[in-house]
Write a protein that binds this ligand. Structure first.
Ligand code: ATP
Ligand code: MG
Length: 240
């Protein structure tokens, strides 16, 4: 049995909420409105994953699948400096791929899995996991097929997490809740339905607070105490 490694988010408050950081052998999902910090957290994890274990890192490489074209190598530089690491060495350890269709996204996963069997990776980012599915299956009658293909992709992510002791961090979009009533305080819910809900080990709901403050809540975990934490997006990445 592989041992779980917990990778720091850069925020002690957020780490506490997660029981020490984002976990390997698991899928962490973050969803929330635009600019809530999903991609900034991904960038921070790209760096913190490379920290040694005793500094709450994963001592490993990073694979990044970007479906929205929002990865910024320039952003990695100040984050690496904040953690006292050499930015160019950090960038060299991030394998980046841009996906343009859901099939492309799936094939990239297969290629990355081959790389992971050769080199010590600890983090796989998929930002966003669902955007291309929503584009490629936008027709009214295509939902069932979309969910089936999405399930296939998610099962691949689960396999990667378990086979290579990887922390999978995937982002998700929010959609208007057609049911209304149930979500009176927040009429939005994560996209992807039950298929996505079941694949995620832990679901983080992010929202904007004051200024650069952000609020994170564990979503839909009836057996965990209701818990909310505040973090900040800073030039050096996610912090308290
Ligand atoms: P989307 O749904 O649009 O993808 P997101 O949840 O991925 O949104 P992010 O891109 O992670 O959102 O967050 C963007 C926010 O991060 C900006 O609005 C800004 O507040 C903050 N931010 C980005 N870069 C910096 C920086 N260098 N220093 C401080 N804050 C920054
Ligand atoms: Mg984003």
């Amino acid at each position: 049995r592989k041992a779980v490694i917990r990778i720091t988010t850069g925020s002690q408050a957020l780490d506490e909420l997660l029981g020490g950081g984002i976990e390997t052998l698991a899928i962490t999902e973050a969803f929330g409105e635009f600019r809530s910090g999903k991609t900034q957290l991904a960038h921070t994890l790209c760096v913190s994953t490379q920290l040694p274990i005793n500094l709450h890192g994963g001592n490993g490489k990073v694979a990044y699948i970007d479906t929205e074209g929002t990865f910024r190598p320039d952003r990695i530089v100040p984050i690496a400096e904040r953690f006292g690491m050499d930015p160019s060495a950090v960038l060299d350890n991030i394998i980046y791929a841009r996906a343009y269709t859901y099939e492309h996204q799936y094939n990239l996963l297969l290629g990355l899995a081959a790389k992971m069997s050769e080199e010590p990776f600890r983090l796989l980012v998929v930002d966003s996991v669902i955007a291309l599915f929503r584009v490629d299956f936008s027709g009214r009658g295509e939902l069932a097929e979309r969910q089936q293909k999405l399930a296939q992709m998610l099962s691949r992510l689960t396999k990667i997490a378990e086979e290579f002791n990887i922390a999978v961090y995937m982002t998700n979009q929010v959609i208007a809740d057609p049911g209304g009533g149930v979500f009176i305080s927040d009429p939005k819910k994560p996209a992807g339905g039950h298929v996505l809900a079941h694949a995620a080990t832990i679901r983080l709901m992010l929202r904007k607070g004051k200024g650069e403050q952000r609020v994170c809540k564990i979503f839909d975990a009836p057996n965990l105490p209701e818990n909310v934490q505040i973090f900040q997006i800073t030039p050096g990445g996610i912090a308290d």
